[in-house]
Design a protein around this ligand. Structure first.
Ligand code: SF4
Ligand code: SF4
Length: 196
């Protein structure tokens, strides 16, 4: 079945649970601003945390649809970039060790080498990306940065019900078979649904 993204998105945005969990990034962004006021930011770094050396980001259906909408609205959608990312890092190949599936490490398709390496707005990127910050000033390499897991967990816990509702709603409406996927795989799967 073909879905029109704009129709789906308009309907989705009207859902109260989405309106409630849409504010979940605010506390993490405020924390980033507090760090930045202390000159603790990523300005001196080329963003190695977004490269295959350290990045294994997986997104939920909610995170994927927010990112998808952002890319389409901003005219930044690039199927070829995402397909190349999947090929380069073999993201379409299932990896497992015994009963456990292994996370893939890959350079994010939205990583631009250099300071301010991420090309995605703070309001549209995954929470996990926002919560990962340097611990001190003038950091220029990974190793001096951590994920603020306490803030991340508290933020998710505060919005757990509405986040779960949104993920289940999107998965059911669009017949998604995944709960978490690498960024490129998730986005191209959505695009296949909206543009079969
Ligand atoms: S979080 Fe750390 S590794 Fe990532 S861009 Fe910022 S300073 Fe660099
Ligand atoms: S979305 Fe941005 S911050 Fe997150 S992994 Fe990709 S380049 Fe890095």
């Amino acid at each position: 079945m073909k879905f029109d993204f704009e129709v789906f998105w308009d309907k989705f945005q009207e859902l109260k649970p989405y309106q409630q969990c849409n504010e979940r990034r605010n506390s993490v962004i405020s924390h980033m601003k507090e760090l930045s006021n202390q000159h603790i930011n990523c300005q001196s770094c080329i963003g190695r945390c977004c490269t295959f050396e350290f990045n294994s980001m997986q997104v939920t259906p909610l995170e994927a649809i927010e990112l998808y909408g952002y890319l389409k609205r901003e005219g930044k959608w690039d199927s070829a970039l995402l397909e190349k990312n999947i090929q380069d890092f073999r993201l379409d190949k299932y990896l497992s060790s015994g009963s456990k599936s292994l996370r893939r490490y890959y350079t994010c398709p939205f990583y631009n080498q250099g300071a301010k390496g991420c090309s995605i707005s703070r309001k549209s990127k995954p929470l996990g990306c926002l919560a990962y910050n340097p611990n001190e000033i003038n950091v220029s390499a990974e190793g001096k940065c951590t994920s603020n897991t306490e803030l991340l967990e508290n933020t998710i816990n505060d919005h757990q019900k509405t986040i779960d509702f949104c993920n289940e709603f999107i998965a059911k409406e669009l017949n998604l078979f995944w709960k978490k996927e690498t960024i490129a795989v998730a986005l191209l799967d959505l695009d296949r649904i909206f543009h079969p």
